[in-house]
Ligand binder design. Structure first.
Ligand SMILES: *[C@@H]1O[C@H](CO)[C@@H](O)[C@H](O)[C@H]1NC(C)=O
Ligand SMILES: *[C@@H]1O[C@H](CO)[C@@H](O)[C@H](O)[C@H]1NC(C)=O
Ligand SMILES: *[C@@H]1O[C@H](CO)[C@@H](O)[C@H](O)[C@H]1NC(C)=O
Ligand SMILES: *[C@@H]1O[C@H](CO)[C@@H](O)[C@H](O)[C@H]1NC(C)=O
Ligand SMILES: CC(=O)N[C@H]1CO[C@H](CO)[C@@H](O)[C@@H]1O
Length: 545
């Protein structure tokens, strides 16, 4: 733990953070207008409205992620929800609340851990799947909460907004002489998806670490084309992942995925790709998964952190025990103590900001998500702004750490595709078998603003960076907004009796339109990551020689 660092940091960072919050209210004015227009026909303050945009008494807006339960400020509800939140962490003691996705074991300070598992496989995947259930659309909840709602009420999330940006916008000006190979200046994030019958980087049944919920073929998904689209940046080609080259680049180095279940998604994709050339040794503990590739002494690590910032469970001011308190101005010490041992860190966060928590800045409660006991109190920030602050906090902590010299890759907000509604109101990605075409693309306002806040937080942290570390944004949000076909949808379990078709009333089956099938488009993240690492290490060699 590094309490000293944390304190120092929060002192210096707070004033700018506050300015940022104040400034961002201006930017939200447009959204507020849009939101009020959309809500004209809906009773404000109705519990339903928090599913879309709710305009609160204080003229702040809350935009709640559509696939999580709706806000209720009722103490009896909270009592129930608290249990739900606790069970999500596998009944860990309150002192460990929210730590290590329920994987509570201790790890040595240097990040080493005793080998747990002789084979390459890990059983923690299953345990974690249980914890993650709450994060996933669940049929039980769907029935309870979705009893009588038409899918149309939630159209606020799916307002087709004429997009002036097109995926191929920069293609027209492409310098054709540069289309071969990878140009180190080429923008990797604008381009298009092209069909490539070469097939995926690994078969779904070749990889023991692949979480069953994302094993779409293994769960009976009938179509397969979603595995065969390559991302083609407008001005260059993104090379197919070369496992040997990756291991060589990472010789003697450690790469850590830190964050939520989407971080796990990417880490497993990477492991499955590497598994094709070498079976790693599992050196993980429950707190930190670690896979070691002997040929090049490369370590791949994963640490769970839902929000990436410091969280506490004890009562704080008017917030009782149980509900998670997020200290938005302090990084999560659960991984800060290890970062100097990492050469590359890939961060993943965002979706948990739609879940219940209390926001604390500078020792003051400034907001709450799915928790606010007293509407006469003013929320100073909403969940989206809280996300932006958390990004700035964590990246500033990395960028000003005296001993961290690694490369930090911030994977931008991963779009979900509950189209036509929310996860529990008829939103669906069922039956999507191809990437969306430009005309089909439906802009998701929530994804858009989460992405904006994240990018803003990233830029603020870059300005404050003092050390030698590098921070890069892997900006996948736009490219992946086209991949409504890449999620498990209803194929998230091997249960042969699961419902996979719409009911007679048109209601779609319970489904996961947030995580990504493996193999599938998520493998592209690792191709992008490899390219970022290649460029970075290449540049470092250039400057040091
Ligand atoms: C709020 O709690 C009271 C009991 O304290 C209960 O009677 C009421 O139905 C609850 N309201 C909602 C919306 O859950
Ligand atoms: C569903 O809503 C309709 C109209 O609002 C109402 O008449 C009906 O009783 C509701 N059904 C249930 C099961 O709540
Ligand atoms: C295209 O790229 C080539 C080689 O990098 C360069 O010499 C040329 O000036 C570029 N042309 C344009 C129009 O940018
Ligand atoms: C940085 O490294 C120095 C020298 O090894 C050490 O004394 C110091 O505690 C480290 N600081 C942090 C925050 O890890
Ligand atoms: C190499 C380098 O520039 N290290 C600096 C990183 O930032 C800290 C302060 O946050 C400096 O003390 C280091 O000198």
């Amino acid at each position: 733990m590094s309490p000293v660092l944390t304190k120092e940091w929060s002192k210096t960072a707070y004033p700018k953070t506050l300015l940022y919050i104040v400034a961002s209210f201006g930017g939200l004015a447009g959204f507020l207008l849009l939101a009020s227009t959309l809500l004209v026909s809906q009773p404000i303050g109705d519990s339903d409205s928090s599913q879309s945009y709710s305009v609160s008494d204080s003229n702040h807006i809350d935009i709640v992620n559509p696939f999580l339960s709706r806000e209720k400020s009722n103490s009896t509800f909270l009592a129930g929800h608290r249990n739900e939140v606790n069970s999500e962490y596998g009944g860990t003691k309150s002192a460990e609340y929210g730590r290590g996705d329920g994987e509570g074991s201790v790890i040595e300070k240097d990040g080493s851990a005793k080998p747990q598992d002789k084979s390459g496989t890990s059983d923690s995947g299953q345990a974690e799947s249980e914890k993650l259930k709450d994060h996933l659309p669940q049929s039980k909840v769907t029935q309870e909460e979705d009893g009588n709602r038409s899918s149309s009420y939630n159209t606020a999330f799916d307002v087709p907004i004429e997009s002036t940006k097109t995926l191929e916008s920069s293609a027209a000006t492409t310098n054709l002489s540069q289309t071969n190979g990878v140009d180190s200046d080429c923008d990797l994030y604008h381009g298009k998806w092209i069909y490539d019958s070469t097939g995926p980087l690994y078969p779904h049944n070749s990889c023991p670490v692949l979480t069953q919920m994302q094993n779409c073929q293994g769960n009976g998904r009938p179509d397969k084309d979603y595995e065969n689209w390559r991302w083609k940046p407008s001005q260059c080609d993104l090379p197919r992942f070369d496992a040997k080259k990756f291991l060589e680049l990472m010789r003697g180095k450690t790469l850590a995925f830190i964050g939520d279940s989407v971080a796990r998604n990417q880490m497993e994709s990477l492991l499955c790709i590497l598994w094709q050339v070498e079976v790693p040794k599992n050196r993980g503990s429950r707190r930190m998964q670690r896979y070691y590739f002997r040929s090049t002494s490369t370590m791949i690590v994963r640490i769970w952190s839902s929000w990436l910032v410091h969280q506490t469970a004890e009562p704080f001011d008017f917030a009782p025990a149980g509900v998670a308190k997020l200290h938005l101005d302090a990084p999560d010490e659960g991984f800060m103590e290890y970062i100097t041992g990492f050469d590359v860190i890939v961060l993943s966060s965002g979706h948990w900001f739609a879940k219940q928590s209390v926001y604390i800045l500078n020792n003051e409660i400034v907001g709450g998500q799915l928790w606010w006991p007293d509407n006469s109190r003013e929320k100073k920030i909403n969940s989206i702004e809280a996300f932006g602050v958390s990004v700035e906090t964590i990246l500033t902590a990395f960028g000003t750490h005296p001993n961290y010299t690694g490369l930090t890759i911030v994977r931008s907000y991963s779009p979900d595709h509950y189209e036509g509604g929310a996860w529990n109101t008829g939103g669906s990605c069922t039956g999507k078998e191809r990437p969306a075409s430009k005309g089909e693309l439906v802009e998701n306002s929530f994804t858009k603003i989460m992405h904006e806040k994240q990018v803003a937080g990233f830029h603020l942290a870059i300005i404050k960076k003092t050390n030698k570390s590098k921070i890069k944004l892997m900006d996948i949000t736009e490219a992946f907004s086209y991949r409504h076909d890449g999620h498990p949808g209803p194929y998230r379990s091997p249960d042969p009796n699961k419902i996979t078709k719409r009911g007679p009333d048109g209601r779609p089956p319970p489904q996961d339109c947030l995580h990504w099938c493996m193999p599938g488009p998520v493998d592209t993240w690792n191709e992008l990551m490899l390219e970022i690492i290649r460029r970075e290490f290449h540049d470092r060699q250039d400057t040091s020689s």
